[in-house]
Design a protein around this ligand. Structure first.
Ligand SMILES: Cc1cc2nc3c(=O)[nH]c(=O)nc-3n(C[C@H](O)[C@H](O)[C@H](O)COP(=O)(O)OP(=O)(O)OC[C@H]3O[C@@H](n4cnc5c(N)ncnc54)[C@H](O)[C@@H]3O)c2cc1C
Length: 312
């Protein structure tokens, strides 16, 4: 988590690319496909870059419900999937993707090396933030796919909940913390250095500015404490681990929106004119919030969990 926060504070895109790599690697490690015997050492050492290709135009941010299908094809299965956002599309070495199961109302996961016949990047990507990403749409039209399946047929939904969600949510929260910390430091730095010469004082000497900086710093500290607590609960599961998996991303995503927004505010025109990098933290922070499971979906799931309703 420290590594992800540190990377994101320096470059949000690099942090997010690394997060997608970890999320893909841990998903493959949960149940390695028999057709990819050497994949784990390559992912672990960084010789191979992984990513997740889950989101679809049809089910949007509801990544747990792919509308694409793994179809029966002779004695094997054929994957036919259109994915709407794939971070590192065209750059990754391994794509972990999802489809509906051919026989049941469940999900299959597959891992495809980039050289697999039938993978294509189908569009450009341009985002308001994370501009170092290539989160483009892709299609997967792959025959004889069963040796690339992660886990048993129909086990994809359980793997998403037990493996993808904890790693992705915690890592995404860590990215939010890194961006929040960078924005807080930049705001303190700028408001301390910027002078109101006619008053012979810095911006940070203004009580309103000081109080905003204090709020940012306290927000950051409490978010970091929650992320640390969630990491401990995920490393050694206890009764409320599920709540932490659901809550940590939503809380850190929202904190990042608040903190980067305040950084823009206290730095004023200096932030707006893009020479402080604060606008970059502000733009980058918005990505984590809408990445699935989105913060608002997580609040909904958390609410279901604490009121005894089934999550899905
Ligand atoms: C920078 C970036 C990188 C990405 N990289 C990847 C990637 O590598 N792999 C991948 O698979 N996907 C990736 N995505 C896609 C991402 O995970 C989401 O699927 C995508 O952002 C959803 O966008 P949408 O407009 O379709 O969301 P929509 O589903 O249309 O959501 C619109 C709004 O409705 C809200 N909403 C939807 N359902 C509910 C609900 N049940 N309760 C409450 N509110 C709800 C959402 O929170 C959101 O605010 C990436 C997205 C971004 C921005």
């Amino acid at each position: 988590m420290e590594v992800l926060s540190g990377l994101a504070g320096a470059c949000g895109s690099t942090g997010m690319i690394y997060l997608m790599h970890i999320s893909a690697a841990m998903t493959v490690a949960a149940a390695p496909p028999d057709g990819l015997p050497d994949v784990l050492p390559a992912l672990a050492t960084g010789r191979s870059l992984g990513t997740l290709a889950f989101s679809e135009t049809g089910s949007r941010s509801h990544f747990w419900a792919p509308v694409s299908k793994a179809l029966h094809s002779g004695s094997d299965v054929r994957v036919d999937a259109r994915k709407s956002w794939v971070t590192s599309a065209g750059h990754a070495d391994l794509y972990v993707t999802s489809t509906g199961n051919a026989d049941a109302d469940s999900v299959d996961l597959f891992a495809f090396p980039s050289e697999t016949t039938g993978l294509a990047v189908t569009g450009e990507w341009h985002g308001m933030g994370l501009r170092g990403n290539a989160s483009s749409p892709m299609t997967f039209d792959v025959g004889e796919a069963s040796h690339h399946r992660i886990g048993t047929p129909g086990s994809g939904f359980d793997i998403m909940l037990s493996t993808v969600m904890p790693w992705f949510n915690l890592g995404n929260a860590a990215v939010s913390v890194g961006l929040s910390e960078a924005a807080t430091q930049a705001a303190v730095r700028h408001t301390s250095a910027a002078k109101l010469e006619h008053l012979d004082q810095s911006l940070s000497a203004l009580p309103t500015i000081r109080a905003q900086l204090a709020r940012m710093s306290i927000d950051l500290a409490s978010t970091r404490a929650y992320v640390d607590q969630a990491a401990a609960r995920i490393a050694e599961p206890v009764d409320d681990t599920v709540l932490h998996v659901l809550g940590v991303k939503a809380a850190a995503n929202d904190a990042a929106l608040r903190i980067t927004d305040t950084a823009m505010r206290v730095c004023g025109g200096a932030a707006f004119s893009e020479h402080l990098q604060v606008d970059r933290y502000f733009r980058d922070a918005r990505a984590g919030h809408v990445m699935a499971p989105t913060a608002d979906v997580l609040y909904d799931l958390y609410g279901k969990a604490i009121t005894g309703q089934s999550l899905f």
